[in-house]
Design a protein around this ligand. Structure first.
Ligand code: IDP
Length: 140
């Protein structure tokens, strides 16, 4: 399988509960390398751009408000099949449906405040990484 990069966000519910290290440990245990990472406060514009695909959904306003409600940690993860591997260890969007041992099963509070984001495909990963990182900030 090819070495891939995927984009990750540790969401405000995770940073609020001091879970950066606990979640990073699960990421690294799965064999993914954190090749870029920074803690930021997203602007409303950044969050709206990032989640533009969900603009028509009823939860869009709530989602944007949540993403700017506190600091987030944005990351680039690298490894074999990184995109699917990270989706696997994240677990289902709704933590009550997430498999045992997944990040969301262990840590998420609700379907909205679900601790992590991970890209769903190679094309979106490239777009999402480019929204938050310049090339020289990623050190593989
Ligand atoms: P994903 O993060 O597992 O890829 P998506 O369906 O792409 O899930 O939704 C993006 C984000 O929107 C979710 O991670 C969650 O934070 C939020 N979200 C999804 N569905 C709901 C909902 O029904 N109510 C509130 N927020 C939601």
């Amino acid at each position: 399988m090819a070495i891939e990069r995927t984009f990750s966000i540790l969401k405000p519910d995770a940073t609020a509960r001091n879970l950066t290290g606990a979640i990073n440990a699960l990421i690294e245990k799965a064999g993914l390398r954190i090749v870029a990472q920074k803690r930021i406060r997203m602007t409303r514009e950044q969050a709206e751009t990032f989640y533009a695909v969900h603009k028509a959904r009823p939860f869009f306003g709530e989602l944007v408000d949540f993403m700017i409600s506190g600091p987030v940690v944005v990351q680039v993860l690298e490894g074999e099949g990184a995109i699917l591997k990270y989706r696997d260890i994240m677990g289902a969007t709704d933590p009550s449906k997430a498999a045992d041992g997944t990040i969301r099963k262990l840590h998420a509070k609700s379907v909205g405040e679900n601790s992590v984001h991970g890209s769903d495909a190679a094309e979106t990963a490239a777009i999402e990484i480019a929204q938050f990182f310049s090339g020289n900030e990623i050190v593989g």
